[in-house]
Design a protein around this ligand. Structure first.
Ligand SMILES: *Cc1c(COP(=O)(O)O)cnc(C)c1O
Length: 425
């Protein structure tokens, strides 16, 4: 970008910004506006967004219906403390979510980020254990390849080696870690681990069908059925982290629908607000909630209450987002995206340096046999925003993307990965 187009706020503010998952001198492109699937940079260049605001902007950027809902809510108030005071956007949203989610969920706790919603799920499981007299149940079991957040309590749930937190090993007590039960051997191993440790385990935590930040790894619905069965057999609660997979990303509204099983506690965030404002929800099944409702144990009061919980603007955005899912054919759009990704990423398969090509719903992945970060800078010249991480180059576009824009994204990947692959020889 020529310096005449570099806005002064970028140069002035840059020394003060601490960027995520990057060295302090990391570059960032200045965005002037965003609309639909396009980001417009300060110099006027447009990038088609293949990542959708870290997998959250399911209706594209700046959707007029969500903007209108925000304007309307702003006329009343942006935020009201949520203890002792109630407001319509949150109460309507809670009721809608309990009806929308499959299974029998009866209570919703709102927070401001996915990581915190997982922590709230963990806290519900811990307090549930206290109430029912499972006083040694203080640990959590999660799976290799998993990712459940960046906060200190969720880090031990993440894959210790493949995740983003390897340097912290030894800082906190590790959680119990198992392989996903995808065959007889791993199923028997999980069964044994639960038989030995169930007494100490408050809950098992898993991302249904897709382990996102752990590398966009897919597993079959039978894996979730096995985990559900083993949790029931050993009497431990099951938490599904659908923060990434929820709201149509895998082709169904929730990934768990493809397995026909439901958890005891469910975490939602990312696309909950249509990728506009920070919001997360932790849902408890009726059976879990009833334990709290009917007990006079001190642990029947959930010990959590963030300042900005159930932010009214964020809840209004989420209600508008759910309206869009009702009014527009998002799941058909996800199916069309899946078909197009499958056809158009196929040329990457078999290239030197490419380990795998896979698609599920509106998630397309080209996995390399080595680190893919070096490819990051090669995408903007193609007019696309694609951001490889670890060993994968992937697309999670807005579900509203049209054929031509998606073809530009897949075309850029085929070109960039192809050029890179030919350079290896
Ligand atoms: C993004 C993500 C989180 C963490 O959400 P934040 O809002 O970034 O804290 C947790 N679990 C999964 C599966 C995620 O994809």
């Amino acid at each position: 970008m020529s310096s005449s187009h570099t806005p002064s706020w970028l140069t002035d503010g840059r020394p003060a910004i601490w960027p995520p998952y990057a060295r302090l001198d990391a570059d960032a492109l200045p965005v002037a506006s965003a609309s639909g699937v396009r980001l417009t940079l300060s110099d006027g260049r447009e990038l088609i967004d293949g990542i959708a605001n870290w997998w959250s902007a399911c209706h594209g950027h700046n959707h007029p219906a969500i903007r209108a809902a925000l304007h309307e809510q702003l006329e009343r108030f942006p935020h009201i403390m949520f203890a002792g005071l109630a407001h319509e956007p949150a109460y309507r949203l809670a009721e809608r979510l309990t009806k929308l989610v499959p299974g029998d969920f009866s209570r919703v706790f709102f927070t401001e980020s996915g990581s915190v919603s997982v922590e709230v799920g963990m806290k519900i499981a811990l307090q549930h254990a206290m109430i029912v007299g499972r006083r040694y149940a203080t640990r959590f079991l999660s799976f290799r390849g998993g990712y459940h957040g960046d906060t200190l309590a969720t880090m031990p749930l993440c894959d210790p080696e493949e995740g983003m937190h390897a340097m912290f090993s030894g800082v906190f007590n590790p959680g119990l870690l198992a392989d996903l039960p995808h065959d007889a051997e791993t199923t028997a191993a999980l069964d044994r681990l639960l038989a030995d440790s169930a007494r100490e385990i408050a809950a098992v935590v898993v991302e249904p069908l897709v382990q996102g930040a752990g590398g966009m790894k897919f597993h079959g619905p039978e894996v979730l059925q096995t985990i559900r069965r083993l949790c029931d057999r050993h009497g431990v609660l099951l938490i599904f982290d659908e923060i990434f997979t929820g709201f149509g990303r895998t082709g169904t509204m929730f990934a768990m629908e493809q397995a026909g099983v439901t958890p005891d506690i469910l975490c939602l965030s990312k696309a909950l607000s249509g990728g506009t404002l920070p919001l997360a929800a932790t849902l408890a099944s009726r059976a879990v909630a009833q334990v709290f409702e009917t007990s006079d144990h001190p642990a029947a009061v959930l010990m959590h209450g963030p300042t900005y919980m159930a932010n009214a603007l964020a809840c209004a955005a989420a209600n508008a987002s759910l309206d869009l899912f009702e009014q527009e054919p998002r799941l058909q759009q996800a199916a069309a995206i899946a078909a197009q990704l499958t056809a158009e990423l196929e040329p990457c398969r078999g290239l030197t340096g490419v380990a795998d090509v896979r698609v599920l719903g509106a998630i397309g992945v080209v996995q390399l046999d080595r680190d893919a970060d070096v490819l990051r800078s090669r995408f903007p010249p193609f007019g696309v925003w694609v951001r490889p991480f670890r060993d994968i180059v992937y697309l999670t576009p807005p579900l509203t993307i049209d054929r031509a824009d998606l073809a530009q994204l897949t075309g850029a990947i085929v070109q960039v990965v192809g050029d890179w692959s030919r350079g290896l020889k």
